[in-house]
Design a protein around this ligand. Structure first.
Ligand SMILES: [Ca+2]
Length: 266
């Protein structure tokens, strides 16, 4: 009975447990994961090797025990009793090894599932659109910009960054190529005159969002900023508009800036 038990552990038919385990991983479409099949063959081979080694070890241990017993009590006991004792010991060893292997296979399967989730998240992060830009008004030199008789988009020429190339320094206009939620910020420095005359507005598709204003008082060197978080569709445009007959000043200090970036796609 013990031998048949051992044979069943070494017999390929004993893979039923493993087969059931892997069949649970058959995908909804009815296709078995090829990788899981390879892993199963690999684990089965390993289990066989471990079982054979355990069997050999059990024989050695058992033989050693019998030698000691024979030294102490010569002539006592029969051959059949020694065999039963030996097989019982082997069966216990194999049972313990089998349990450990089962636990290891479960842990490996769990780690594989976690790794697959991590790989999926990395791919999703890599596929996230990257949109961000920042620019200052003047590329070089100093002086006023304006006045113009009509509202005019300010062309921020000194581009610090333009990931995604959605900002056009030739027009001063940001055009969305990704539908999503965006952050925009701009700053304004007045015209350095004793009578300030500066008004700029942040515009979306020709509609005013926010403004910075300095047209009264006797002080100069004032500046301010404003910002928005807005949703944009494909093709929406955002820019900073200098209002009619207004002026802004800038130089190498880069007081007037226009920046924006995609918060998340929608
Ligand atoms: Ca002022």
């Amino acid at each position: 009975m013990t031998q048949s038990c051992l044979q069943s552990r070494l017999d390929p038919s004993s893979e039923k447990v493993n087969n059931q385990y892997y069949q649970s991983n058959v995908r909804p479409g009815g296709f078995t994961d090829e990788r899981a099949e390879k892993d199963r063959d690999f684990n089965t081979t390993k289990m066989r090797k471990i079982a054979v080694l355990s069997l050999a070890l059990s024989f050695i241990l058992c033989d050693s025990q019998f030698s000691n017993n024979n030294d102490n009590v010569q002539g006592s006991g029969s051959t059949s009793c020694r065999e039963i004792c030996c097989l019982t010991s082997m069966s216990q060893n194999l049972g313990a090894v089998g349990e450990k292997i089962t636990n290891l296979v479960e842990k490996i399967q769990l780690l594989e599932a976690k790794l697959q989730n991590t790989e999926k998240e990395v791919l999703e992060l890599r596929s996230t659109p990257q949109v961000a830009f920042s620019a200052a008004l003047r590329e070089s030199g100093s002086g006023d910009t304006g006045p113009f008789t009509t509202a005019t988009p300010l062309q921020y020429k000194r581009v610090f960054s333009n990931a995604g190339s959605n900002y056009n320094s030739a027009t001063g206009i940001f055009t969305a190529t990704v539908k999503g939620m965006y952050f925009f910020r701009f700053s304004m420095f007045n015209n350095l005159s004793q009578s300030p005359n500066s008004v700029v507005s942040l515009m979306k598709n020709g509609q005013r969002l926010t403004s910075v204003w300095d047209t009264s008082g006797t002080d100069a060197n004032d500046m301010g900023s404003n910002a928005v978080v807005i949703p944009l569709n494909l093709g929406d445009s955002v820019y900073v508009e200098l209002q009619p007959n207004r002026i802004v000043y800038d130089d190498g200090m880069n007081y007037n800036t226009f920046s924006g970036f995609l918060l998340f796609a929608m």
